[in-house]
Design a protein around this ligand. Structure first.
Ligand code: ADP
Ligand code: MG
Length: 441
């Protein structure tokens, strides 16, 4: 039966090729290994890692089933399994650690990551050259791991026999601690020193173990002296890694230290488009803009937002896409935000604008009250889980379109009126610190 799948698979791939873009094909299908075909009981498709498994089974299972049925006339139960070997003590075959989607081609370059990207490309072109070590510093979810994998994948694509070891720092520390027990020092040292390139992700993790730092110091020197490339990433600068010795701090800065900052609005839009294409999802431009405005400092969350958006949009196709995008953004952003009640918001706005609560909640249409009321609506959207209707109901008995309009109006005013922006920042800070004062009605 194994023979049967081996014969069928190339034809199935041909079918798939017609149905997806070349890039999607390369990303998702080219690395699948078909393993068994047990009549109509089941088909096992082995994929490089968990990420692939999740995405193939979520987004592409139908397409694959269709391809099977048109080639063999029969579809069994398709199961995706992850290749073995990604766990445990690392060997030089670090290929299994690498996410094949994290290519340079799939990385969007903008002002916030231009230097890091250029340096990563340079390292992939001439490892052991000027940028040694390359140290990438940036907050969570900003693309450090992506660039590290891209360097490895690009080098391995050109020369599969290169001895490249990529691993999370945690694995290095665990391996070191295991070696203290096993005393297999020779094997340990060969693993890390007999290499063309060593890539350690999240090196700040090394602060946990003084003896690992000592060992890493020697590993670093051995590789560096042989002009072998070292690439490191960290969520903070070398100086800020707790208890890191001066001699390591200075070595980390011998080559190039490149920072990655949160992406700009334009970059976020481009990332949404790229991710949507890779995941085979459709995100209309108006929805992309709303998501990019709301999810600002973590690309991983941006990705989560797209996925959630498409799920919600398919469940309730009648809801306007803008509303769905707002909902998704709110949910994601709110996970990091303190819980603020509508009463607190009304109190804070009332105090800051000097307008009595009763007037804020009335139907009074005078202009001075309008902006305060819109401000309250804006914060209610930002900080509460209330629906548009509920917010409208609380604040002057308005309908949901008034609330949407209010949000847009406030954003627009914020962007052109510095005084207003300052006032908004103050209110927001007070709300987050929970220090709004009750006022007389
Ligand atoms: P970090 O290691 O800095 O925490 P990751 O490299 O894991 O972040 O990135 C988180 C997610 O965001 C990944 O899916 C990655 O592909 C994506 N990502 C980050 N920056 C970019 C970018 N500039 N272009 C495309 N995708 C990006
Ligand atoms: Mg990472």
């Amino acid at each position: 039966m194994v023979k049967e799948i081996q014969n069928l698979w190339p034809k199935i791939l041909e079918e798939l090729k017609v149905k997806v873009t070349p890039q999607q094909f390369q990303t998702w299908f080219a690395h699948i290994k078909p393993i068994t075909l047990e009549g109509d009981n089941g088909i096992e498709l082995r994929v490089p890692n968990e990420y692939h498994r999740e995405w193939l089974s979520r987004s592409y299972k139908d397409i694959i089933e269709d391809a099977f049925s048109s080639v063999s006339g029969d579809v069994g139960d398709i199961r995706f399994t992850v290749e073995d070997g990604a766990q445990g003590v690392p060997s030089v075959e670090s290929y299994s650690y690498l996410n094949k989607v994290y290519l340079f081609d799939n990385f969007i370059v903008g002002p916030s990551n231009r230097l890091a990207h250029a340096a990563a490309v340079a390292v992939s072109e001439s490892p052991g050259g000027t940028y040694n070590p390359l140290f990438l510093q940036g907050g969570v979810g900003l693309g450090k791991t992506h660039l590290l994998h891209a360097i490895c994948l690009s080098l391995l694509a050109k020369n599969p026999s290169l001895r490249i070891l990529y691993l999370p720092c945690e694995s290095f520390v665990n391996h070191f601690i295991a070696t203290i027990k096993s005393e297999r020092w020779e094997g340990f040292r060969n693993t890390y020193r007999d290499l063309d390139m060593l890539v350690i992700d999240d090196i700040h993790f090394i602060s946990r173990s003084q003896r690992s730092r000592e060992e890493f110091f020697h590993t670093f020197n051995a590789l560096y002296n042989l002009q072998k490339q070292i690439v490191l990433s960290s969520d903070c600068s070398p100086e800020d890694i707790p208890s890191l010795e001066e001699r390591l701090i200075s070595r980390f800065k011998w080559g190039l230290l490149a920072r990655i900052d949160p992406p700009s609005f334009e970059t976020r839009i481009a990332i949404i488009e790229k991710k949507a294409a890779l995941l085979n999802l459709y995100v209309p431009p108006s929805a992309a803009r709303i998501i990019a405005e709301g999810v600002t400092d973590n690309v991983r969350e941006l990705e989560g937002a797209i996925i959630r958006f498409s799920r919600y949009a398919s469940v309730s196709p009648a809801t306007p896409v803008e509303e769905t995008a707002r909902q998704v953004t709110k949910e994601l952003v709110k996970q990091n935000v303190p819980n603020v009640s509508i009463e607190e918001i009304l109190r804070a706005v009332s105090t800051s604008f000097g307008i009595p609560l009763s007037q804020l909640q009335s139907r009074d249409r005078s202009r001075s009250v309008a902006l305060a009321r819109q401000t309250a609506m804006y914060f209610a959207r930002k900080f509460t889980r209330l629906s548009l209707q509920e917010i409208g109901g609380y604040i002057g008995g308005r309908d949901h379109s008034t609330v949407i309009h209010a949000e847009e109006k406030v954003k627009e005013t914020k962007s052109r009126d510095k005084g207003f922006l300052q006032l908004m920042d103050e209110i927001e800070k007070n709300l987050q610190q929970g220090c709004t004062q009750p006022v007389d009605k």
